[in-house]
Structures are given as C-alpha cells and as structure tokens.
Write a protein that binds this ligand. Structure first.
Ligand code: PHE
Length: 451
C-alpha cells in the first residue's frame, strides 16, 4: 500500500471525531424517548451505570484493537487471529447497512432546517405535515442525496482535513446549542414536573427490561460493534492516552444524551400537560411532536431552527464516521484511491438509500415481517448483527488474544487504571448481558414480546 495511513493530529481531534460519531440521532431522539418510556429517572441511572462500566470497556477494546493493528475491522481481527477474520466482516456489514438509511433520516433533518429558515414553523406543526413529506416520492430523495453528498464530500477530504476539521467546530457548537435549548425549555410553565419525572429515580419502575433497553441503546449510542471505533482507533497516534480519551468520548456522548432528555422531556411534558405517553411516539417525537411544541413557545421558530441545526451536526458527524469506516475497509482491501472509493461508496449508498426513502410512500406496501424497508435494515443491524459482533468481540478479547493484549496497548502511555474491571467485564459480565440483549431485541423486533 503506497499511501501512508492518515492520522488524527492529536488527542482533541481524535476525541471530538469519535464523539462526533457517537453523538447522533440516537442521543437526541432515541435516548429521550426511551428514558420517558422506561420510567424516567431510573432509566437514566441504569444507563449511566452501564456506560461507565460496560460501554467503557467495550469502547476501550475496540479502539485498542484498531490502534494495535493500524487496520480497520476486517484486517484488524484477521491480523490478531486468522480464525476471527469473519468477525471483522460481520462488523463491517453494519455500517454498510446503516449508512444509507441513516442518511435518509439525515435528509429529513436537513429538510426541517429549510422549513424553519423559510418561516414554515407553523405549517410544520400540522399533523399531516411530516407524513405528507416523507411519503412523497421525490422530495425526501432529494434531501437524502444532499445529505449523503455533503457526507461524501467531507470524507473525500480525508481524516485530518475533512473529518477532524469538521468535528472540531461542529461538536463544540452542538454542545452549546444543546445547553441553550435545554435551559430555554425549562422555563416553560409546567416543565418542572417533566424535569422531576426525568431525573428522580422511581425504583418501582425498575425491571429487567429497563436494563436491556438501556444496554441496547448504549451500544448504538456509543457506535460500538460496527467497526467504527476500530477504524478511528487505527488513526490514533501511539502517544495519545487511550484510557482518558475513551472516558472523554463517553462523557461527551452521555452528556449530550442527558441534555437532550433535559431539552425534550420537560418541554413535551409542559406541552402535553404531563402525559408521558406523548413521548413514546418513536420517529414522530422529533418530527411531529417537537414542531408542535416549538409552535406553542414564544420564540419557537428560532429555537426550532437551532434545534434542527444541532441535530443536523449530530447526524452529519455520525454519517461521516459510517462512511469513513466503509471507505477504510475498502481501502485496506484494495489498491484503489480515496476518490474512487468515495465514489463507489456514495453510489452504493444511494442505491440502497432510495428504496428506504420510497418505503415511506410509493413502496409502503412492501413489508417484511411487519417492517417497512427502512425498518428491515434497522432491525438487521441493530437487533441482530451488532449484538452478535459485540459478543464475538468479548470472546475474542477475553479468551483468544486475552485481555492482556489490550491492556498492553492501553498501557503504552501509562497505567490502565481500570484494568481489573476491564478483565472481569469483558470475560464474564458482558457476554451474559449481550446474550440477553440479543434475545430481547429479536423477540421485541418480531413482536413476540411487547414492552
Ligand atoms: N452513535 C450514533 C447515535 O447515537 C448512531 C450511529 C450508529 C452512528 C451507527 C454511527 C453509526 O446516533
């Protein structure tokens, strides 16, 4: 391979880019609605406890695998043990599946920015606005192409000049906007009840489902089990402290999820007169309920615009990480140049994304086991392949290359303070939990259990 592997320039660049991947639609839209659905404060507590233990351990493992081998997922697993190359393949399928449909949703977000800029805040609050938009054949496809086009352009510029540069200014702005909107929302009359529901743990709401749902969310939110953190780890210089970088990414990711809840739950509570049901509407929350909330607030159109700009940044830095992971996989496997690969990935994603978009309208009659096209991709990646990859990664690190191999990589820059916890979790605790998530999410997805 002639081209030198590019790198993040320093710790901040790495942390912000990885946080850019982790902070996405999952934090802003999925986290608040899961928190509301699974009992508010208790979910938050369980989530945080899992993030600092389980999430931390898995992220350390993935970043270290990437940095140790200097390769993306397929090459990395194979380099460490020939028999485990297939785990890399499996992990690599996930971003290929997610990128197209994630960009369809990214396109919706982009559309909503234009809606707020062009003064249609009131129209957007109408019940049929969102449904009318996503079911039309052409318009959402256009927004999808714009979103994935921007993603491809940034990835084309490479790790340092594209990804790092964009993350370094988008992520701080995102954090500031989240704080501003959250504070603003808390001043709405009735918001305090929502705040209490969100932060005060009520132990009577605790159940095994709370833990499994929190765990499933954690994976998705931290961009684990899809080769992303391996790829980003492979761009990390050897003199950067791995343990503290992972702590910072985790803090950023969980912090934004927490603030997103703070931004959405009290405001929706105030708007709905304290009915938590309104929060559990899935996709409708962000695109139907929130526009109504913005419409009812003083200054709502401005807050709405800021909100969707923020969501756009979050979604874009995530789609960049998805595309970069796919690009780097192809780059490791072939001799093609970056431009050509970006072109191929762009074309492939367009081909897969258009059906996902049409599945909401023209092709809405196509259903596989009750899922529309977008739903099938989402289910296959999040509920099936990701838990399997996570499980295999734990087995791989715990029993094949052994935790010591990862610990050594982390200790290149000083003591790994969480060494014991790392070993115990990766060998014993995580595998059991992950099998639980796998069973739970498959049964839930297929409608066998209702939660
Ligand atoms: N972690 C992202 C989020 O919370 C989701 C994501 C998934 C990003 C897959 C990239 C890849 O939204």
């Amino acid at each position: 391979m002639s081209e030198k592997r590019s790198n993040f320039t320093g710790k901040i660049g790495f942390v912000l880019a990885a946080a850019g991947s982790a902070v996405g639609l999952g934090n802003i839209w999925r986290f608040p609605y899961l928190a509301a659905k699974y009992g508010g404060g208790i979910f938050l507590l369980v989530y945080i406890a899992l993030a600092v233990t389980f999430g931390f351990v898995l992220m350390c493992a993935e970043v270290a695998i990437g940095r140790k081998t200097g390769l993306s997922a397929i090459g990395a697993y194979k380099a460490l043990d020939k028999r485990f190359g297939f785990v890399g393949w499996l992990a690599s399928i996930v971003p290929m599946i997610i990128l197209p449909y994630y960009s369809v949703i990214g396109g919706w977000v982009t559309k909503y920015i234009s809606v707020y800029i062009s003064g249609q805040a009131h129209a957007a609050a109408d019940d049929s606005f969102f449904g009318g938009f996503i079911s039309s054949p052409i318009e959402p496809v256009g927004w999808f192409l714009l979103f994935i086009g921007i993603t491809a352009l940034i990835v084309l510029f490479g790790v340092e000049k594209g990804i790092e540069r964009v993350s370094k200014w988008m992520m701080p702005i995102l954090a500031i906007l989240t704080v501003i909107i959250a504070i603003y929302g808390l001043f709405m009359p009735g918001a305090i009840d929502g705040l209490i529901y969100y932060i005060k743990p009520d132990f009577s709401h605790f159940s095994a489902t709370t833990v499994l749902a929190a765990m499933g969310q954690l994976f998705y939110s931290m961009s684990l089990a899809m080769g992303i953190m391996i790829t980003y780890g492979s761009y990390m210089k050897k003199d950067i402290k791995l343990e503290s970088s992972v702590r910072q990414i985790e803090l950023f990711d969980t912090g934004i999820a927490f603030l997103a809840g703070l931004m959405i739950i009290p405001a929706v509570f105030a708007f709905s007169g304290g009915d938590p049901e309104v929060l559990s509407k899935g996709a409708g929350l962000m695109f139907i309920t929130l526009p109504k909330v913005f419409d009812s607030m003083t200054g709502g159109p401005v807050i709405g615009l800021l909100f969707f700009v923020m969501v756009f940044f979050a979604a874009l830095t995530s789609s960049i990480s998805l595309m970069e992971t796919v690009v780097s996989i192809i780059k490791d496997k072939t001799k093609l140049g970056r431009k050509t690969i970006c072109g191929i990935v762009f074309a492939g994603s367009v081909a897969l994304g258009i059906p996902s978009s049409l599945g909401n309208g023209l092709w809405s009659h196509i259903k596989i086991a009750n899922f529309d096209i977008l739903g099938v991709f989402d289910f296959a990646s999040n509920s099936v392949i990701m838990p399997i990859v996570a499980l295999l990664t734990c087995i791989f690190v715990g029993y094949v290359i052994k935790p010591q191999a990862i610990i050594e990589e982390i200790e290149l820059t000083g003591k790994f303070t969480a060494k014991k916890m790392f070993t115990v979790i990766i060998k014993y605790v995580a595998p059991i939990f992950i099998v639980g998530i796998l069973i739970f999410s498959v049964l839930e997805g297929l409608g066998v259990i209702k939660v």
